[in-house]
Design a protein around this ligand. Structure first.
Ligand SMILES: NC(=O)C1=CN([C@@H]2O[C@H](COP(=O)(O)OP(=O)(O)OC[C@H]3O[C@@H](n4cnc5c(N)ncnc54)[C@H](O)[C@@H]3O)[C@@H](O)[C@H]2O)C=CC1
Ligand SMILES: O=C(O)CCC(=O)C(=O)O
Length: 430
C-alpha cells in the first residue's frame, strides 16, 4: 500500500519550493494541485468456474494542457485511487521534462494477475477498456503498459477499442505487439533510456562503468533491459532482486542467465544456481529482497515499485548514487534523510522516461502510417534522453539544487508556459 508519508499533500508541500523559484502563478498552482478527471469503476469478470467477481479499477487524467494525456495501466493488488493519482501527476511532469506533446494520466486494476487464467486475464483487460472507452482516444488519452502489463495485454485492449469504435485506431494505445502497430524498441526503452541517463551522469563525473558495482531492485521489463545492457557496457552488476528474493555475487552476475532461468518459472535464489551458477568464479549468495537495498554498492537501481525507500530504511542505504527507474521509489521524507547523508538521486521523472518517449514514437508512427526500424527508434530515444538529461544536469548546477528539483523545474516551467498560452478561460478536460 502507499506509504502514508507519500501523500498528495506531502508532494504538494515539496512543490512549493519549485513554485517559488519559478514564480508560478497561484492559478497554475491550483490547476496542478488535483487531477482533472478520475474514473473509478468496478469491472465484472466471469471466472472460468462460472462465478462472477468484480475488480476495482481507475483511470486518472491529471492534466492535458500540453496535449492528450498519456500513461500506463498497471495490474497489482496495491492499486488504489491515491496511488494512481500520484502516478498520473508524475506522468504529467515526466512528459513535460521530456518535452513530449502529452499531458499525464495513469490507470490500474486492483488485481493479482497471477491468480487469473490467461482467458480470465484477457476478459478483464477487455472489460477495463469497455469501462473507460468513452474517455480515451488517440487525441484524448493514450494508455500503455506498466507494472504487470505487457504487449499481449495492450494488443487485447487495442482490439477491444477498435471493436467498440468499429474502426481501426492503433494510436489509442502504445506498447502494442509489432504485428498490431507496435514500435520496435518499446519493450527495452525504459531500461535503455535509464542507462543513457546513468551514462551521461558517469561521464560528467569521470566515472568509468568498469569501476562501479551495481545492485538492481526489480527484475521485470525495466530492470532486465537495464541490467543486461549495463552488464554489456562493463558496469559490475553484483546483485538482483525480485518480489521473492535477492541474489548477490561480488564477482558479478550475468543478467541474461538470470533472465533465462526466470523464464523457466524459477524464482530468484532457488537452488538452481548451485548447479547452473550465474557467475563462474564464485557461488551466488541468496539474500532477502530487503537486504539488497542495504548493500554497499556504488549504484542502487530501483526498478520495482514506489516506496522502496522510506523513513524506515533510508538511513541503512549505503549506495552513494540511486537511479530511480520505478515511479516514486523514494518517499519525500526518505529523500531528506538520503540528502543529509550526501546521496545523489537520479530522479524517476527523467530516468524512466524512455518508455513514454518510445510510446510517443509509436503514436507518431501509427498516425503517419510509416514504421521505423529498431536502429532509427533507438537513435531517437537516446538523443532525446541525452538532450533532456543534459538540460537537467546543467540546470541543477546553475541553480545549485538537486537533480529532482531541476527536473521538476524543467517540466513545470513548460507546463506553466502552456497554461499561460491557453489564456484565462476556466477550461476543463475534453
Ligand atoms: N514498463 C515501463 O515501460 C515503465 C515502467 N516504469 C516503472 O518501472 C517499475 C517496474 O516496471 P516494469 O519493469 O514494467 O514491471 P514488471 O511487472 O515487468 O516488473 C516488476 C518487477 O519488480 C519486482 N518486484 C516487485 N516488488 C518487489 C520488491 N519489493 N523487491 C524487489 N522486486 C520487486 C517483480 O518481481 C518484477 O520482477 C514500475 O514502478 C513502473 O511503474 C516506469 C516507466 C515505464
Ligand atoms: O509509455 C507510456 O505511455 C507510459 C509509461 C508509464 O506508465 C510510465 O512512464 O510510468
Amino acid at each position: 500500500m502507499i506509504d502514508p508519508s507519500q501523500t498528495h499533500q506531502e508532494i504538494q508541500l515539496w512543490l512549493q519550493g519549485i513554485y517559488e523559484t519559478l514564480s508560478i502563478s497561484p492559478d497554475t498552482q491550483r490547476r496542478l494541485s488535483q487531477p482533472k478527471l478520475t474514473i473509478h469503476t468496478h469491472i465484472p469478470l466471469r471466472r472460468d468456474d462460472g462465478s462472477l467477481q468484480f475488480f476495482s479499477a481507475w483511470r486518472v487524467q491529471y492534466d492535458d494542457t500540453r496535449g492528450p494525456t498519456k500513461g500506463g495501466i498497471r495490474f497489482h493488488p496495491s492499486v488504489c485511487s491515491s496511488g494512481v493519482s500520484n502516478l498520473s501527476f508524475w506522468m504529467t511532469i515526466k512528459c513535460a521534462v521530456m518535452n513530449l506533446p502529452f499531458g499525464g494520466a495513469k490507470g490500474g486494476i486492483c488485481v493479482d494477475p497471477k491468480t487469473l487464467s490467461r482467458l480470465e486475464l484477457e476478459r478483464l483487460s477487455r472489460g477495463y477498456i469497455r469501462s473507460i472507452c468513452d474517455i480515451i482516444g488517440p487525441e484524448r488519452d493514450i494508455p500503455a503498459p506498466d507494472l504487470n502489463t505487457n504487449p499481449l495485454i495492450m494488443g487485447w485492449m487495442a482490439d477491444e477499442y477498435a471493436q467498440i469504435q468499429r474502426r481501426q485506431a492503433p494510436a489509442v494505445i502504445t506498447g502494442k505487439p509489432l504485428g498490431l502497430g507496435g514500435s520496435h524498441g518499446r519493450t527495452s526503452a525504459t531500461g535503455y533510456g535509464a542507462l543513457q541517463v546513468l551514462n551521461q551522469w558517469c561521464q560528467r563525473h569521470a566515472k568509468k562503468p568498469q569501476q562501479t558495482t551495481v545492485a538492481v531492485q526489480g527484475f521485470g521489463n525495466a530492470g532486465y533491459y537495464f541490467a543486461r545492457r549495463a552488464h554489456e557496457m562493463g558496469y559490475g552488476v553484483v546483485a538482483i532482486s525480485d518480489s521473492h528474493n535477492a541474489i548477490y555475487s561480488a564477482s558479478g552476475i550475468d543478467p541474461q542467465t538470470v533472465w533465462d532461468q526466470k523464464q523457466q518459472k524459477r524464482k530468484l535464489g532457488e537452488s538452481i544456481y548451485c548447479t547452473t551458477p550465474v557467475c563462474e568464479t564464485e557461488a551466488v549468495e541468496v539474500l532477502s529482497k530487503e537486504q539488497l537495498l542495504e548493500l554497499p554498492v556504488d549504484i542502487m537501481v530501483l526498478a520495482a515499485m514506489e516506496n522502496a525507500i522510506t523513513t524506515d530504511n533510508a538511513c541503512r542505504v549505503k549506495a552513494p548514487l540511486i537511479l530511480e527507474i520505478a515511479n516514486g521509489p523514494v518517499t519525500t521524507k526518505a529523500e531528506e534523510i538520503l540528502l543529509e547523508h550526501g546521496t545523489t538521486i537520479l530522479p524517476d521523472v527523467l530516468v524512466n522516461a524512455g518508455g513514454v518517449t518510445v510510446s510517443h514514437l509509436e503514436w507518431v508512427q501509427n498516425r503517419i502510417g510509416e514504421y521505423w526500424d529498431e536502429i532509427a527508434v533507438e537513435k531517437r530515444l537516446l538523443q532525446r534522453m541525452e538532450r533532456e538529461a543534459r538540460n537537467c544536469f546543467e540546470l541543477a548546477e546553475a541553480q545549485k539544487c538537486t537533480l529532482r528539483q531541476a527536473a521538476y523545474m524543467q517540466g513545470i516551467k513548460r507546463i506553466a508556459q502552456a497554461m499561460d498560452q491557453r489564456g484565462t478561460q476556466d477550461y476543463f478536460a475534453m
